[in-house]
Design a binder for this molecule. Structure first.
Ligand SMILES: [Zn+2]
Length: 340
């Protein structure tokens, strides 16, 4: 099968890899209908995270089940399925409490690499959620978004306790930030402030439900959020970047008693204890338990209540994965979809 492999920062190649096959009796093998490049794939691409030799890439996926292991009961060949970027058994105490990425048996799909024609999914029964039928082609990007960026933006909003009547600020205008705006709208927020200085992303944020756009960053951005929220700060802030600046911007944009949902993968973030102590801000976040939200998200997409697939503004054949990475790195594309 063909698959994308990163050799070094800036060096992504599509090459022949060993075919995905069943390893454990709880596995499934999928033929991917679409894959994509994630903002988090850009960390190693930019050399901010190390690349440990030739590394298969990708962790978002939708596709048709080709094979299941002997212990798989709820998933069958021929079904169209969506899975989370963490495989998990979905039966242990941690999974049942809604924190599937922390399942003691979890497997991060990035270690398997889903930017490929085929993929092995561990814990198929726990990880995969079938759609009601074979989806129409125009729905596939939305379902693919549910696999990570929508689920992550949704978790950011839930972790920030977004709800009716609340003022929400979203730090970060990548696909996750934009879909956190969509989630905030769906969860009934009254005011949604998107922090973005890129015109095409501002437009999409508005389309997804943003009521205000703040272009300033850092403390100037914080001041703008306070001005827009009666001087108090937002009730809920979603942090969708993962840098020191974005994290502090998020914490300082929240009002006392407010909540920050942080879903940007933290890189060299350290929090000042005294400021945190006096802020009275709740912090909750981490790798999103996408599996918790998948049935509801698939249902909303299936009913065409939401179209998170709009974050894909570039579609390329898998063979051109290198160009997909380049376009996202240079911010020419919000998110690139790859068709095997
Ligand atoms: Zn578990």
């Amino acid at each position: 099968m063909r698959g994308a492999v990163m050799y070094a920062p800036g060096d992504v190649r599509v090459e022949e890899r060993e075919d995905a096959r069943l390893v454990e009796p709880t596995d499934a093998v999928l033929r991917l209908s679409a894959a994509c490049v994630c903002g988090s794939d850009l960390w190693p691409y930019r050399g901010i995270e190390p690349v440990g030799g030739a590394t298969p890439m990708g962790h978002e996926y939708v596709g048709v089940v080709e094979q299941v292991g002997g212990a798989v009961k709820g998933i069958s060949p021929g079904q169209f399925v969506v899975g989370s970027f963490f495989a998990s058994d979905n039966t242990c105490e941690i999974c049942r409490s809604g924190y599937q990425p922390s399942c003691p048996y979890s497997v991060i799909m990035g270690s398997i690499g889903t930017q490929a024609e085929l993929v092995r999914v561990p814990h198929a029964d726990g990880t995969l959620v079938p759609t009601p039928a074979m989806p129409p082609a125009d729905m596939i990007p939305g379902l693919l978004a549910a696999s990570d960026v929508l689920g992550t933006g949704w978790f950011g909003a839930v972790a920030a306790e977004v709800g009716p009547g609340k003022a929400v600020a979203v730090v970060g205008d990548g696909a996750v930030g934009l879909l956190a705006v969509l989630a905030a709208k769906q969860l009934g927020a009254e005011r949604i402030i998107a922090m973005s200085r890129h015109e095409p992303r501002q437009r999409l944020a508005r389309e997804f439900g943003a009521s205000d756009i703040v272009t300033e960053r850092g403390n100037e951005g914080v001041t703008r959020v306070h001005e827009l929220t009666g001087g108090f700060g937002a009730h809920s802030v979603v942090e969708a970047v993962g840098t020191q600046e974005s994290m502090m911007q998020a914490i300082r944009s929240a009002r006392p008693g407010g909540h920050v949902g942080y879903v940007g993968v933290a890189h060299d973030v350290s929090l000042p204890g005294v400021e945190l102590f006096f802020s009275h801000v709740h912090l909750h976040g981490g790798p999103a338990p996408v599996r918790r939200f998948l049935p509801e998200l698939i249902d909303r997409i299936w009913k065409r209540e939401i179209d998170p697939g709009k974050v894909f503004d570039l579609e390329l054949p898998l063979d051109q994965a290198a160009e997909a990475y380049r376009a996202m790195d240079e911010r020419r594309a919000i998110k690139a979809l790859l068709t095997p």
